[in-house]
Design a protein around this ligand. Structure first.
Ligand SMILES: *Cc1c(COP(=O)(O)O)cnc(C)c1O
Length: 375
C-alpha cells in the first residue's frame, strides 16, 4: 500500500558534511563550534542580540520561565489550545497558567480576552503562534507594556514566519524555538532561547548549564539543569538554517496546492490563507470537520490511516488535561472553541518532502473517506 507520512524531515543540504566535521574533529559535545554558529544564525534570523541553544523546545520554555524568575503564586496568561510544554514549566515552579480560548479560524489565542484576565498576580503573557499564522502581537505588546508584564513568545512553529514584516521570535522579553523533526529547522531534538536583554541571556545560559558559577566551576548559587545542545545537533541545525528560505517556500507551495485541491470539498474548514499581518506558513495543514460530518477527527484519522495517510489530531486543550484536572487547576472553566478544535480538527501530511503527486493522492483519499462517511 502506498503510504504518505504526516511528516518527514529532508536532510539534503550540508547536514552530512557538518556531521562528518564533528566526527573528523572529535567535537561532539556542547563545547564544539557549531553550537555558537547555530546560536549566531538564529539570533540573526530573529534580530536578537542573544541566543542560547538548549536540548529541545520544551526545556527552552522551562529556561525562559526560570530566567524570568516566575514562581510560586505568579499567574501567566497563555492559550489553552497549545502543547503541554507551555503549561508544564509554569506548573512546575508553582505558577498558575491562566487560560485563554482559541480563535475558531486562526486557532491562536483570542487576544481580545487577555486584559480581562489580568490580576495583581499576573507576571507574564505567554504567546504561542499556532500552526501557521502568528498571534496578533501589537495588542499583546501594548497590554504587556500597560500592565508591566513580561512577554514570552513561543515561536516553535514559526521559523521563517513574520508578523507585519518583523521576524517571529523577535517579540517580547524572551522567545523560544523547537527543532524537533517536524519543525521548519530540525536538529533531531533541539531548542533555542532568544532575548535582547544581557542579564536575561546570562541567566538563560546559567539555567542551561547547571548554574555553574562563571567565577568558579562546581560552585552554584542556584539550581539549574543540564539543558545543553550537542555539537552534532547544532551541526544539523546550521545546515537546516541555510535552507530555511527554500523550506518556507515549499511550505507555502504545499499550503496553496492543498487549498486549491480542497477548495470545493464540502464539510471542511480549511486554514485561513492570510490575515492583515501575515500569510499562512502552513507549519501543518490543519482541517476542521464541519458539524454536519457524522464522524469526529479521531475516526477520520483512523480511516485515513487505514488508507496509508498519516494524520495527527489537533492539540488537546490544557483545561481538559487529566494531569491538570487531578490538580484542580481549571475546575469549572470552559473553553468551547479549543474543546471543539480538539475533537473536530486534525492535520494531513504537511512535511517538506511531499510531492504534488503525494498531495493529490492525500486529497483523493480524503475525498473517498468523506464520501463514505456521508453514506
Ligand atoms: C514543538 C513545540 C514545542 C516543543 O518542542 P520540543 O522540541 O518538541 O520539546 C513547544 N511549543 C510549541 C508551540 C511546539 O509546536
Amino acid at each position: 500500500m502506498r503510504r504518505v507520512f504526516v511528516n518527514e524531515p529532508v536532510l539534503d543540504g550540508n547536514e552530512r558534511k557538518y556531521i562528518n566535521e564533528c566526527i573528523d574533529t572529535n567535537w561532539i559535545s556542547f563545547e564544539g563550534p557549531f553550537v555558537k554558529r547555530f546560536e549566531q544564525g538564529m539570533a540573526e534570523l530573529t534580530d536578537r542580540k542573544h541566543a542560547v541553544a538548549v536540548s529541545n523546545g520544551s526545556v527552552a520554555l522551562d529556561t525562559a520561565v526560570l530566567a524570568l524568575k516566575i514562581g510560586e503564586g505568579d499567574e501567566v496568561i497563555m492559550p489553552t489550545f497549545t502543547i503541554i510544554s507551555c503549561a508544564a514549566p509554569l506548573v512546575r515552579v508553582g505558577a498558575k497558567p491562566v487560560l485563554i480560548d482559541a480563535d475558531p479560524l486562526t486557532f491562536n489565542m483570542k487576544v481580545e480576552d487577555i486584559e480581562a484576565k489580568i490580576t495583581e498576580k499576573t507576571k507574564a503573557i505567554m504567546v504561542v503562534h499556532i500552526y501557521g499564522l502568528p498571534v496578533n502581537m501589537d495588542p499583546v505588546l501594548d497590554i504587556a507594556k500597560k500592565h508591566n508584564l513580561y512577554v514570552i513568545e513561543d515561536a516553535a512553529e514559526m521559523h521563517g514566519q513574520t508578523y507585519k514584516g518583523r521576524p517571529c521570535g523577535s517579540f517580547g522579553d524572551i522567545s523560544t524555538f523547537s527543532f524537533y523533526p517536524n519543525k521548519h529547522i530540525t536538529c533531531g531534538e533541539g531548542g533555542m532561547v532568544l532575548t535582547n536583554d544581557d542579564n536575561l541571556a546570562e541567566r538563560c545560559a546559567l539555567v542551561r548549564n547547571l548554574f555553574f558559577s562563571p567565577k568558579k566551576r562546581y560552585v552554584h548559587e542556584e539550581l539549574g539543569y543540564n539543558f545543553r545542545m550537542t555539537n552534532v545537533q547544532a551541526a544539523l541545525g546550521c545546515a537546516q538554517l541555510e535552507k530555511l528560505k527554500r523550506t518556507v517556500e515549499k511550505k507555502h507551495h504545499i499550503g496553496a496546492l492543498y487549498n486549491k485541491l480542497l477548495k470545493d470539498v464540502d464539510g471542511l474548514q480549511l486554514p485561513v490563507t492570510s490575515t492583515d499581518y501575515a500569510d499562512n506558513i502552513y507549519w501543518v495543514y490543519g482541517i476542521v470537520l464541519d458539524d454536519k460530518i457524522p464522524v469526529d477527527a479521531d475516526e477520520m484519522m483512523k480511516r485515513l490511516g487505514a488508507e496509508g495517510i498519516g494524520c495527527r489530531g489537533f492539540f488537546w486543550g490544557m483545561h481538559e488535561q487529566p494531569v491538570f484536572k487531578g490538580m484542580h487547576l481549571f475546575d469549572g472553566e470552559e473553553y468551547p472553541v479549543a474543546s471543539r478544535l480538539a475533537r473536530r480538527g486534525f492535520y494531513i501530511p504537511s512535511g517538506v518532502n511531499l510531492t504534488d503527486d503525494d498531495q493529490e493522492y492525500v486529497v483523493e483519499k480524503l475525498k473517498e473517506v468523506l464520501y463514505e462517511c456521508d453514506k
